[in-house]
Design a protein around this ligand. Structure first.
Ligand code: ZN
Length: 277
């Protein structure tokens, strides 16, 4: 747990899955990443789905909802799901009451980030919560490109839209005192990073801009990204600010490291210290 101003911030694990190591680490040859990210016999590397709980005096926010439970057995096998939980179960497993969630902040609508927003029967997992996503991301998810269409499943988010549970955000915004959303476009249009800050201490939920600590290195850009050069620019901007202003970076997908501070190295960024959240 971290106390940031009036907020208590907690990491909530929601299980592990596997994605192709080459796709995750982009143009970087396997000999350079296979020791830090050991691939299995099908070339998949292990990834976490780590949610963020932000408890405030009036409202309680959950950032992202994991992969959910709508996959077929075949897809569960392809993505090597291990111990995945719907976010209400993940909260209970971590000792929190899911009924306290007033707001769900979705960084974007890819299935491993928003899949746990609804149940297989179409009902919202948090029936009393508002779900927040950037408007441009929602519009893209409804009509994605042929390249990334496979990452969006309408059953994850269209029931929220039809039941009027979605809040569509336009651009950078302070959605509550000390909680700011920062849209970036390289991975998918208007994915929003989430920054919690009291001025003295800040934490940045990096979503798929920096999915693991390996991606702190500039050329490590996922092949999934729609606009890789934009991702490079956005990493230099936001990780640079984190280095200069000593923000804590929180990693959604790193299987080992939850959060850390970074500093500028010769070419890239390097870990200063790991932080437990
Ligand atoms: Zn994504």
């Amino acid at each position: 747990m971290l106390q940031i101003g009036k907020y208590r911030v907690h990491s909530i694990p929601s299980g592990l899955f596997g994605l192709d190591g080459g796709a995750m680490l982009g143009i970087v040859p396997r000999p350079l990443w296979e020791r830090s990210n050991p691939p299995d016999e099908r070339n998949r590397i292990e990834l976490a789905m780590r949610l963020l709980l932000i408890e405030g005096p009036d409202r309680t926010w959950l950032v992202d909802t994991g992969i959910g439970d709508k996959f077929s057995d075949k897809l569960n096998g392809i993505y090597n799901l291990q111990g995945t939980m719907l976010p209400d179960v993940a909260l209970q497993a971590a000792g929190f009451d899911p009924a306290t969630i007033t707001d769900v902040l979705l960084t974007h609508l890819h299935f491993d980030h928003g899949g746990g927003s609804t149940r297989a029967d179409g009902n919202a997992v948090f029936p009393n919560a508002r779900y927040h996503v950037q408007r441009r991301q929602f519009e893209w998810a409804r009509e994605p490109s042929l390249k990334d269409g496979g990452s969006f499943r309408p059953d994850d988010f269209m029931p929220l839209y039809r039941e009027d549970r979605l809040e569509l955000i336009d651009g950078r915004a302070e959605i509550a005192d000390g909680i700011e959303v920062l849209p970036v476009d390289g991975h998918t249009p208007a994915m929003q990073l989430v920054k919690v800050s009291d001025g003295a201490q800040s934490l940045l939920y990096t979503a798929d801009l920096v999915p693991t600590t390996s991606h702190l290195r500039t050329p490590y850009v996922m092949a999934y990204d729609n606009e890789p050069l934009k991702t490079v620019e956005e990493k230099l901007t936001w990780v640079g600010r984190a280095a200069d202003e000593e923000w804590i970076l929180f990693f959604e997908h790193d299987p080992k490291t939850t959060a850390c501070r970074v500093h500028r190295g010769d070419r890239d960024f390097a870990i200063t210290e790991e932080i437990s959240v």
